[in-house]
Design a protein around this ligand. Structure first.
Ligand code: ANZ
Ligand code: ZN
Length: 811
């Protein structure tokens, strides 16, 4: 062993060792339990940032830990390589997007390799390669044949800076998710994927995703936005036509004082032909962005509708807050019970007619503010005095029986617009023939290859003018035809890549039986910013692939961890704030293990991590201390490891063993829950305990046993130094194959702990139990203690919170 810790020498030689031994090359092995661990694939922007380092470090700790627990662990990595930044960079640097992208990948791969992740590099994939997107095009064509992909002209979100259409998910508070530009509405013909066909399953399956954060599931539920209500037809006075509205509050129907329709509603458009002020209003609406901050405005059509329940005559308005894309593009407005309708009625001087008494307010409803909660009906004909709940049912039944309407479930979720008017993306495999119209490219003609090495001189997609690409023959009638020039949204590539790693070299089919072996992903790790976009698309595409018999199971990601951000002085690290810490510099200064240790120790994975130079220094000091201690005790450990038979535990050392094993026990419970920072604290405490021992031979056994635990416990976090010390101290074999250390129950047996006993949640006493007791023992000890209190009561179940309490539920 060298006299002092030299991270760069150690890390290079250990990485070389892993490389030479193919340590992370994985094969499918039916005899072993598999564990598939993926960190979200990076966009090759050029440099690795701290967010990446955190993401992959957390993933790597989980992967290495599961592997030491004996599982067959696969951890691959790839590149989300299509996307607009490559085009922008190409415009600036006179490099083609392909050159720029491949160059960045080289650079980033080399930094990632220096961080020592246990990645199976043989499975690396790059989404801009035709070998990859060929199968994406194939999948799209399968969806096309099923009617799950279609082209339509629709009002879309147009990002004027990025010169492309964005999906609803990519518009955040009226701004483009990438450019931050104010989004405009435009009518454009483009491709959609029918994610709405899966709305119900995408919603209901969330309940089965036990390993997902509640927060992410709630965001998805809200995004899918299921609401159950009624569609009701209102007749228009002096016309045969009717207006269908969607409501979730039929109980308020006697309080309707006007109908509101969307500016894009067919009735509004046809009336505008002969109504100048309406025409002007619609014009205004087209110019404005749609978001909730919009000032409410509207235009009276002069027409009236008849309330089918009350018979009342009510005006029909066109308003800017009704969305054409939701429900039927028309609603019944109840200003007394809806905030939006109330504000609008106030502005326009429309009547406000209360019909619901709040059950907790005194009768007589004020018109100062709307009562939005359900209550008791009044002024509602034969429905008066019913509760909102009862009235909803009764009115729904009436409406259905009298053919005025029907029950309807609506979802907020819209179909996914996947066309991008951009060059650097996977071509959509469609040909437009003057005779046959839209024709799918036959499977045997895939991939439709994107021309590479294209220099750009303006933001417009070169595909629109590139004859080599554009001009083709119709596969059906052989006429001269043109290719589709839109490319896929890059979220297409990331919605299925995780299943492709499994069989990345498979040339003929998208997947093979290796995909069945590895899927689903056991642990997926990435940023919370993907809670809706990527994670919803990936779930959708997985279900589509399942229905095509390409994959098994219903969901792609069993457990999801959304790691927190990396902050500097409380702010997100970003170029614009000039507070970026470059991993490459830290690597040269401290080595990978120090960075990894700091990242894991500084905060629990889900929380944000505050960057601190002193924290990095502290981590480095700990590793130096570990190294120095190993050096000091090297002879003791080597002697113990060389001894034929391990000697019995010295009784005077039992309590020290007990302390070490109880720390190990805590660390094991924490690492299992992925509370990684406290695993490091446990390791630090173990090292402190060991350092109280002198290096006399009488301590050989306990020192060796302590270091064996310590190095293995730290290995997933700081794999290089622990690999090196494991070898230098003559521990057997390779540490990556060493079994995960488990606490020895016989050492813990001495230790006792007091548990609080509760009956139905109320504290009734305490009981002392040995810490290693199993649930049955704890239960029996506790029941014996409170026998008298239980008497004839029936025990329904017992809940044990380890080391804290036992709650006995009785009736
Ligand atoms: C009458 C009413 C009374 C309503 C009341 C609400 C409260 P969720 O739950 O989000 O589905 N609505 C219907 N179609 C709309 C559209 N195209 N654009 C904007 N708003 C629309 O919301 C359903 C409610 O949103 C519906 O129920 C309707 O107003 C409105 F005290 O009907 B309600
Ligand atoms: Zn044709």
């Amino acid at each position: 062993m060298k006299k002092s810790y030299d991270p760069s020498a150690i890390e290079q030689s250990v990485q070389h060792y892993w490389h030479k031994n193919h340590s992370f090359l994985r094969h499918e092995d039916e005899t072993k339990e598999k564990f598939y661990c993926i960190s979200m694939l990076p966009y090759p922007s050029g440099k690795i940032h701290m967010g990446h380092v955190r993401n992959y470090t957390i993933g790597d700790v989980i992967a290495r830990y599961q592997s030491m627990k004996g599982k067959n662990v696969l951890q691959p990595l790839g590149w989300d390589a299509f996307g607009l930044p490559a085009e922008n960079a190409a415009l600036q640097n006179k490099l083609s997007p392909s050159e720029w992208t491949y160059h960045n990948i080289e650079q980033m791969r080399s930094t990632i390799k220096q961080l020592g992740f246990a990645i199976d590099w043989s499975r690396e994939l790059t989404t801009c390669s035709p070998k990859y997107y060929k199968f994406e095009q194939q999948l799209f064509l399968k969806m096309y044949k099923k009617g799950l992909a279609y082209k339509k002209t629709a009002a879309v979100n147009w990002d004027p800076v990025d010169q492309t259409v964005l999906a609803n998910e990519q518009v955040i508070n009226g701004k483009g998710w990438r450019s931050g530009a104010s989004i405009e509405r435009r009518e454009i013909s483009q491709w959609f994927l029918k994610i709405t066909a899966y709305a119900e399953e995408l919603l209901s399956e969330l309940d089965n995703l036990k390993g997902w954060p509640e927060e992410v599931k709630t965001m998805q539920r809200n995004w899918i936005g299921k609401s159950e209500g009624l569609e009701i037809a209102f007749s228009i006075m002096g016309s045969e036509e009717k207006i269908t509205i969607f409501t979730t509050r039929p109980d308020t129907i006697f309080g309707v004082t006007f109908l509101a329709i969307a500016p894009e509603h067919p009735l509004a458009i046809s009336l505008a032909k002969t109504n100048k002020s309406l025409e002007h209003f619609l014009e205004q609406c087209r110019k404005m962005e749609k978001n909730s901050a919009l000032d409410k405005d509207g235009c009276d059509t002069g027409l009236f509708a008849i309330n089918p329940l009350s018979g009342e005559k009510i005006p029909i308005w066109v308003t800017n807050f009704v969305l054409m894309e939701y429900g039927s593009g028309a609603m019944m407005s109840v200003p007394a019970h809806d905030v939006r309708d109330f504000e609008f009625a106030k502005i326009k001087g429309l009547p406000i007619k209360p019909v619901i008494k709040s059950t907790n307010a005194k009768a007589g409803v004020a018109t100062q503010e709307p009562t939005v909660t359900p209550g008791i009906l009044f002024n509602s004909g034969k429905y008066s005095d019913l509760t909102s709940q009862e009235a909803r049912e009764a009115i729904a039944n009436y409406v259905v029986e009298h053919n005025i309407g029907y029950r309807k479930i609506n979802y907020k979720l819209r179909d996914w617009g996947v066309s991008r008017q951009r060059y650097w993306g996977a071509p959509i495999p469609i040909i437009n023939c003057p005779r046959c119209g839209e024709v799918a490219v036959p499977e045997n003609m895939l991939p439709v290859t994107l021309p590479e090495n294209i220099k750009l001189d303006n933001p417009q997609s070169p595909l629109v003018t590139l004859e080599n690409f554009l001009k083709t023959q119709c596969p059906t009638c052989r006429s001269a035809a043109m290719r589709e020039t839109d490319t896929f949204d890059t979220f297409m590539e990331s919605s299925w890549y995780y299943a492709r790693y499994c069989c990345v070299d498979q040339k003929n089919n998208i997947f093979d039986k290796r995909t069945d072996y590895w899927m689903p992903v056991d642990q997926y790790i990435g940023g919370i910013e993907h809670a809706i976009l990527h994670l919803l698309y990936a779930r959708f595409i997985y279900k589509v692939m399942r229905d095509e018999d390409l994959v098994k199971g219903n969901e792609p990601f069993k457990n999801l961890l959304t790691q927190g951000m990396v902050l500097k002085d409380g702010a997100k690290m970003s170029k614009s704030k000039n507070n970026v810490i470059a991993p490459q510099e830290l690597l040269s200064k401290y080595g990978a293990d120090t960075i990894r240790l700091f990242i894991i120790f500084a905060a629990p994975p889900e929380q944000s991590l505050e960057w601190s130079d002193s924290g990095i220094e502290g981590s480095h000091r700990f590793l130096k201390k570990l190294y120095a201690a190993s050096l000091l005790y090297a002879d003791n450990i080597i002697a113990a490891n060389g001894a034929k038979n391990s000697t019995a535990v010295d009784p005077s050392q039992r309590s020290l063993y007990a302390e070490i094993h109880s720390l190990l026990n805590q660390a094991n419970a924490d690492i299992e829950r992925i509370h990684l920072n406290t695993v490091v604290s446990a390791a630090m405490k173990i090292l402190n305990l060991l350092q109280t021992l002198d290096n006399g031979t009488q301590n050989n056994q306990i020192i060796a046993s302590g270091f064996s635990i310590l190095l293995r416990l730290l290995h997933p976090i700081v794999p290089h130094i622990t690999h090196y010390l494991w070898q230098e101290l003559h521990f057997p074999g390779d540490i990556i194959n060493a079994p995960w250390p488990l606490a020895n129950a016989s050492f813990l047996a001495k230790e006792k702990v007091n548990l609080v006993i509760q009956i139905n949640g109320k504290t009734k006493g305490q009981v002392e139990i040995p810490t290693n007791s199993d649930e049955e023992t704890i239960k029996n000890l506790a029941l014996a203690k409170v026998k008298n209190l239980l008497a004839a009561k029936k025990i329904i179940r017992t809940i044990i919170v380890p080391r804290r309490l036992i709650n006995i539920v009785v009736n």
